[in-house]
Design a protein around this ligand. Structure first.
Ligand code: BG6
Length: 281
């Protein structure tokens, strides 16, 4: 039988600890951010910086921060990078254990103070399905009378043991923008890493593989034609918050997204589910 327990981190953040016959996981109420997922008998599938001190108000540097309702910098002054959802408290709406599979749903009740960022009448929820695979869905519903447009990403940090040995595959046919330049057409199917990489891909096929020294991670996306591939490399690592100088050596982010021309346009009454599914092959 599985167990789901609510606990409090020494720094005050509340989280849910999940243990089943298939996995162990931890999800924080702040940001509905999962920072730990380990399938039984396998290595953890999510990376977190040892420099992160789990302070309330900061998104955790690792796991899966949720970028919503915009990805990256906003064009409006003073609006936080990657939206506000990753630092707000979400409510756990339901927990279900079906055999060895745990399902948890979190919703964000937007506070009046955040209406300056998001005045629209929408509902947003995050659903986790935990087995030997991690499935995360970001669900948006337009409950108002106007069309709503947003960008978003499930900003997953993967452990890759050694960036110099990482091969990421599944990119052929895609286009990308990098450092505000492009779009470039992806050459070949693979990406290797020997410099800062910060690519926003579009027209990307639904499955990528991360070939790491510890094995291959499969990363799937549904209702998403875009994704972000990011490693800060040496210089950016030095000034990135809650990140050690050497951390770039052991992580990569591959983020299921709806960005650029793949942005989400929701008509009144419409809903949309962005899903990423992650597992060791
Ligand atoms: C990535 C962006 O998704 O997130 C990078 O492409 C950015 O440009 C990175 O540096 C981390 O952002 P933050 O706000 O968590 O430091």
């Amino acid at each position: 039988m599985g167990s789901v327990a609510t606990k409090t981190h020494p720094n005050g953040l509340e989280y849910v600890e999940i243990s089943t016959a298939l996995c162990k996981a931890r999800i924080f109420m702040q940001g509905a951010q999962i920072d730990y997922f380990e399938p039984v008998g396998k290595k953890p599938l999510l990376w977190v910086s040892s420099a992160d001190d789990y302070q309330p108000g900061n998104g955790i540097r690792g796991g899966i921060p949720v970028c919503w309702p915009w990805f990256g910098m906003s064009d409006k002054d003073g609006f936080p990078q990657h939206g506000f959802a990753r630092t707000r408290l979400w409510s756990m709406e339901s927990v279900q254990l079906h055999g060895d599979v745990a399902k948890l749903k979190f919703v964000l009740h937007i506070k009046d103070a955040d209406r300056q960022f998001w005045p629209h009448l929408t509902r947003v929820a995050i659903e986790f399905e935990l087995s030997d695979t991690l499935k995360v869905s970001l669900v948006n519903e337009n409950c108002g009378h106007e069309t709503v447009t947003l960008t978003q990403a499930l900003h997953t940090y993967f452990p890759i043991a050694d960036i110099h040995q990482l091969k990421a595959s599944g990119f052929s046919g895609a286009k990308y923008i990098e450092f505000a330049r492009g779009p470039y057409v992806q050459e070949g199917d693979e990406v290797l890493f020997d410099r800062e990489t910060d690519r926003v891909y579009t027209e990307l096929s639904p499955v990528q593989l991360l070939h790491t020294p510890d094995g291959t991670i499969e990363v799937g996306r549904e209702h998403s034609h875009s994704a972000v591939l990011w490693n800060p490399w040496i210089d950016k690592s030095k000034w990135l918050s809650r990140f050690n100088d050497e951390d770039y050596l052991t992580m990569v982010c591959l983020e299921a997204a709806n960005v650029l021309e793949d942005k989400l346009v929701l008509e009144p009454g419409q809903s949309h589910t962005l899903t990423t599914t992650i597992r060791w092959l």
